[in-house]
Design a binder for this molecule. Structure first.
Ligand SMILES: *[C@@H]1O[C@H](CO)[C@@H](O)[C@H](O)[C@H]1NC(C)=O
Ligand SMILES: *[C@@H]1O[C@H](CO)[C@@H](O)[C@H](O)[C@H]1NC(C)=O
Ligand SMILES: *[C@@H]1O[C@H](CO)[C@@H](O)[C@H](O)[C@H]1NC(C)=O
Ligand SMILES: *[C@@H]1O[C@H](CO)[C@@H](O)[C@H](O)[C@H]1NC(C)=O
Ligand SMILES: *[C@@H]1O[C@H](CO)[C@@H](O)[C@H](O)[C@H]1NC(C)=O
Ligand SMILES: *[C@@H]1O[C@H](CO)[C@@H](O)[C@H](O)[C@H]1NC(C)=O
Ligand SMILES: *[C@@H]1O[C@H](CO)[C@@H](O)[C@H](O)[C@H]1NC(C)=O
Ligand SMILES: *[C@@H]1O[C@H](CO)[C@@H](O)[C@H](O)[C@H]1NC(C)=O
Ligand SMILES: *[C@@H]1O[C@H](CO)[C@@H](O)[C@H](O)[C@H]1NC(C)=O
Ligand SMILES: *[C@@H]1O[C@H](CO)[C@@H](O)[C@H](O)[C@H]1NC(C)=O
Ligand SMILES: *[C@@H]1O[C@H](CO)[C@@H](O)[C@H](O)[C@H]1NC(C)=O
Ligand SMILES: *[C@@H]1O[C@H](CO)[C@@H](O)[C@H](O)[C@H]1NC(C)=O
Length: 426
């Protein structure tokens, strides 16, 4: 019965289940329908929730978002996140792109698959960058070969506008010390998607860092002028600095400055993702032989004193002038990873709700640079950079306050044409 104790302990920390006025509450708890409910998964294994001007599907695998529908400036519904058509395929596809799920218990990379807590060195399972000396990998990505986004979470609540998943990660799984119990609530409001992730270390001190790993294409992969997302513009007003990484994207410990007009300057004004792709210096900016971005930007809002993350303004704004769909990302997190999909190679299918249907010369797959991943998170691999002083944000033990991540993605239509404010404005 420990879980019910944990659940009540977390109750004050989990999000209020948002409700659209006038709609009745429907849902399921575990396998049991709750009063007035008939809202299990649909025939594709997806749970549907909706808000005003927004609808989304979620699946237990990775507690992933699989579809997100918004009407564009022409009133055409666009499904703006990468995913698969049915829940069962997520576990079958071996490429496993962390499609819309929750990386955990420790998102991003862990250097040499090890870390030290209170003088004890822990080794976790590697799963990236194999070498002859380390055939399973030189580092651990997104919590290991069976990280949280490879597991089926339990649906513990489902209303017309929200869904809550839970996962219990046992002591020793992937090599991590101690049990972690997590609850995640996603809710839709008026053109907004909010989420709250809570995790509790119940038995031992352990690293915890979660994120949401969504592949965005704000045109629903239906832009009839380009299959790419390089014309999306990105603005990160607080991202004056980024985490320096080596050629396999492991932090070196250096915090780098993003000088105005440099390749990584997305703070001084909105800039198209592809604006600097003709600059040869962009080669290697996202690791060995990679052109583009796979970068952890810091979202330093404390520069103006104490702040409320809901009021301070977005850490990021992504916009496509073609669809006019714009998303402003608000979060309590202090870092923001941007990946420009340089590793995509056309092997991932679009969903039936995406793409162009009357054009035969364009494959129904996600091309290289066809998407943008945005991850709210803390400073990556800070467990191996004690000089950054972030252990209170990353190491949790029994009796500590829970790990909490909150974000609000606020959508709007912005039909400002490309180029009105210069080439970067898109
Ligand atoms: C839910 O259903 C599955 C499969 O029918 C069963 O194995 C499991 O025990 C059930 N869980 C609960 C909480 O009843
Ligand atoms: C898009 O507009 C159509 C027609 O008005 C409407 O039926 C649909 O619900 C809208 N989609 C969303 C996600 O709000
Ligand atoms: C699920 O989706 C995959 C990928 O789109 C497809 O290959 C498969 O046939 C689908 N399976 C079912 C049962 O619909
Ligand atoms: C997860 O759930 C899907 C159905 O949605 C099922 O096909 C798959 O076997 C499950 N995977 C695991 C690891 O339980
Ligand atoms: C990496 O971890 C291995 C054990 O897994 C250890 O033998 C080695 O010394 C570590 N290397 C570095 C550079 O810390
Ligand atoms: C949604 O937000 C818009 C703009 O802020 C507002 O005009 C509209 O009344 C809101 N709709 C509802 C149902 O709250
Ligand atoms: C491209 O899409 C836009 C928006 O849906 C549409 O207005 C335009 O006619 C399309 N152009 C072509 C060549 O299909
Ligand atoms: C992309 O943006 C550039 C301006 O930076 C513009 O010249 C070009 O027409 C746009 N391409 C598409 C396909 O929208
Ligand atoms: C990057 O692109 C922006 C917008 O076009 C431009 O102002 C800036 O000079 C470019 N920077 C580099 C280093 O190429
Ligand atoms: C670098 O990437 C290009 C394609 O993006 C590929 O053709 C080339 O083989 C790669 N080079 C190395 C050394 O991996
Ligand atoms: C393709 O279909 C879209 C709407 O579905 C339409 O706007 C566009 O003109 C069509 N393009 C061609 C080349 O037929
Ligand atoms: C719409 O996008 C343009 C170009 O990026 C930007 O200057 C403007 O502030 C945006 N408008 C709103 C209301 O967000």
């Amino acid at each position: 019965m420990r879980n019910s104790i944990v659940l009540s302990a977390l109750l004050c920390a989990t999000a209020t289940l948002a409700q659209i006025p006038g709609e009745t509450l429907t849902g399921t708890v575990g396998n049991t329908s709750i009063a007035g409910s008939n809202a299990g998964p649909d025939k594709n294994g997806k749970y549907v929730i909706q808000g005003v001007g927004i609808r989304a599907n979620f699946i237990p695998y990775g507690a992933s978002i699989s579809n997100l529908f918004i009407n564009d400036t022409n009133g055409i519904e666009r499904d703006i996140v990468g995913g698969f058509d049915n829940a069962s395929y997520y576990g079958i596809d071996r490429q496993h792109p962390h499609f819309g799920g929750i990386p955990g218990r420790y998102a991003n990379r862990i250097k040499n698959s090890s870390f030290v807590i209170d003088g004890t060195t822990y080794h976790v399972l590697p799963n990236e960058n194999p070498t002859p000396e380390a055939p399973q990998g030189a580092d651990t990505l997104h919590g290991g070969p069976d990280g949280w986004d490879w597991r089926n979470w339990t649906v513990v609540a489902h209303t017309s506008s929200s869904i809550t998943f839970s996962l219990t990660d046992p002591d020793g799984d992937q090599g991590f010390p101690g049990e972690v119990v997590s609850y995640v609530t996603y809710s839709l409001g008026n053109m907004s998607w909010d989420f709250k992730m809570v995790a509790l270390a119940t038995t031992k001190k352990t690293p915890i860092m979660l994120s949401s790993h969504v592949y965005w294409n704000l045109d629903g992969f239906a832009n009839n002028e380009t299959a790419l997302a390089l014309n999306h513009s990105l603005w990160m007003p607080y991202a004056g600095q980024r985490v320096g990484t080596d050629n396999i994207l492991i932090p070196t410990g250096d915090i780098l400055s993003n000088q105005q007009y440099s390749l990584n300057d997305f703070w001084s004004s909105p800039k198209q993702i592809g604006a600097n792709f003709t600059n040869p210096d962009l080669l290697g900016n996202c690791g060995f032989n990679c052109t583009g971005y796979d970068t952890c930007y810091l979202t330093n809002r404390a520069q103006d004193g104490p702040y409320d993350w809901r009021e301070k303004g977005p850490v990021a704004r992504l916009r496509s002038a073609w669809s006019g769909i714009q998303v402003d990302v608000f979060t309590d997190q202090d870092a923001f990873q941007v990946y420009s999909c340089g590793g995509q190679n056309g092997s991932m299918a679009l969903k039936s709700t995406q793409g162009l249907f009357n054009v035969t010369d364009r494959p129904r797959t996600i091309p290289q640079y066809g998407c943008i991943v945005m991850e709210v998170e803390d400073w990556i691999d800070a467990i191996n950079q004690p000089e950054w002083g972030r252990s209170k944000k990353q190491i949790y033990g029994p009796g500590d306050d829970p790990y909490v991540l909150q974000a609000s993605y606020q959508f709007s239509l912005n039909s400002t044409a490309v180029g009105l404010n210069g080439p970067g404005s898109g």
